[in-house]
Design a protein around this ligand. Structure first.
Ligand SMILES: C[C@](O)(CO)[C@H](O)COP(=O)(O)OP(=O)(O)OC[C@H]1O[C@@H](n2ccc(N)nc2=O)[C@H](O)[C@@H]1O
Ligand SMILES: Nc1ncnc2c1ncn2[C@@H]1O[C@H](COP(=O)(O)OP(=O)(O)OP(=O)(O)O)[C@@H](O)[C@H]1O
Length: 284
């Protein structure tokens, strides 16, 4: 038997850090939403009791370091599943980009194996399993648009933002999420973006207010480490994006655009100096 799952990328419309916790994680307030750029997973049942990961992408780990492998092992161990699975990952989300590609693959693996092995695990339990794999995984289990608190695992679903184009550009640099959080000084943040304001803008369907409310306190850290991210933001704004922000810990920058007529100009302008550029729709 085979199951197919789509694993969409996420962007953070706002991300605030409240304080560092005793367990080393940071208490955050984020509004996350999915975009129409997704990895595809094919999950094939195997009689042999093992987990095999394959992918057309030559640049991700295929062993126990892969988050889809970890998700499969977690569900197998926890529910005493004796059969195995071959998971093929058709990677389309750029890797180590701040778009939760690995987390979304892990979440899609949890959903897919729940169906493949007919385990009947309720969504909330899948999210709890996901939290053991990473802070972004619980959100990726359900997707949509949500306010995330705690270390990112406490979720409240909210309305979808107004439909728009999302231009994503990933500069060719590597950013470590742990390093970025490690450099945040929570009591020294000049301007905290407001989750409430963003939520109100979304609920009112007010695209201009959504753009005005974009904010991510991790930007200051990543921008200091990699000034080219700032240049990318400026280029996107100059080319006509309505609102621009870095996603997660970066380095991907996204631009929100309401008018389709502007998309080609922004896309082509960015392609001039950035190889990885995508123009996709927001997901409702
Ligand atoms: C930046 C975001 O992607 C925004 O959605 C998330 O906050 C990070 O999610 P993630 O990549 O799933 O993060 P995890 O794999 O759980 O953690 C990676 C590292 O980031 C740091 N980390 C992560 C989440 C959080 N709330 N506080 C942290 O300090 C920790 O040092 C942790 O060791
Ligand atoms: N299924 C996977 N797809 C992509 N990367 C994976 C996967 N499993 C493990 N990894 C590893 O995880 C690291 C982070 O990749 P990923 O694409 O998940 O980052 P990200 O988009 O920055 O995530 P986040 O936004 O949650 O911080 C990479 O170094 C990669 O080698």
């Amino acid at each position: 038997m085979k199951m197919y799952e789509k694993a969409p990328a996420k962007i953070n419309l706002m991300l605030d850090v409240l304080h560092k916790r005793a367990d080393g994680f940071h208490e955050v307030e984020m509004i996350m939403t999915m975009v129409d750029l997704a990895d595809r997973l094919e999950l094939s049942e195997m009689k042999r009791d093992s987990i095999i990961i394959s992918s057309q992408a030559g640049y991700i780990p295929l062993d126990e370091k892969n988050l889809a492998f970890q998700a499969a092992r977690l569900i197998k161990d926890r529910y005493n599943v004796r059969s195995g699975v071959h998971i093929h990952l058709d990677k389309r989300i750029p890797v180590a980009a701040g778009l939760a590609g690995g987390s979304s693959d892990a979440a899609a693996t949890l959903r897919g194996l729940n169906r493949l092995w007919r385990l009947g695990i309720p969504v909330q339990e899948l999210q709890e399993l996901g939290a053991e794999l990473g802070s972004d995984v619980p959100f990726c289990v359900t997707g949509g648009t949500a306010l995330a608190t705690g270390r990112g695992e406490r979720l409240t679903s909210i309305a979808s933002p107004p439909q728009c184009w999302v231009i994503l550009a990933k500069p060719p640099i590597n950013v470590s999420t742990a390093e970025v959080y490690g450099r945040v000084r929570a009591n020294n943040i000049a301007v905290h973006p407001s989750a409430l304001r963003m939520q109100q803008a979304i609920e009112a369907g007010d695209f201009a207010a959504v753009c005005a409310g974009l904010g991510n306190v991790l930007e200051d850290v990543t921008l200091k480490l990699h000034p080219e991210v700032q240049q990318l933001k400026e280029a996107m704004l100059k080319l006509g994006a309505d609102g621009v922000l870095m996603s997660g810990s970066g380095p991907t920058v996204f631009g929100l655009v309401s008018k389709q007529s502007k998309v080609a100009r922004i896309y082509n302008g960015l392609r001039g100096f950035c190889k990885e550029v995508y123009a996709v729709r927001s997901l409702s």
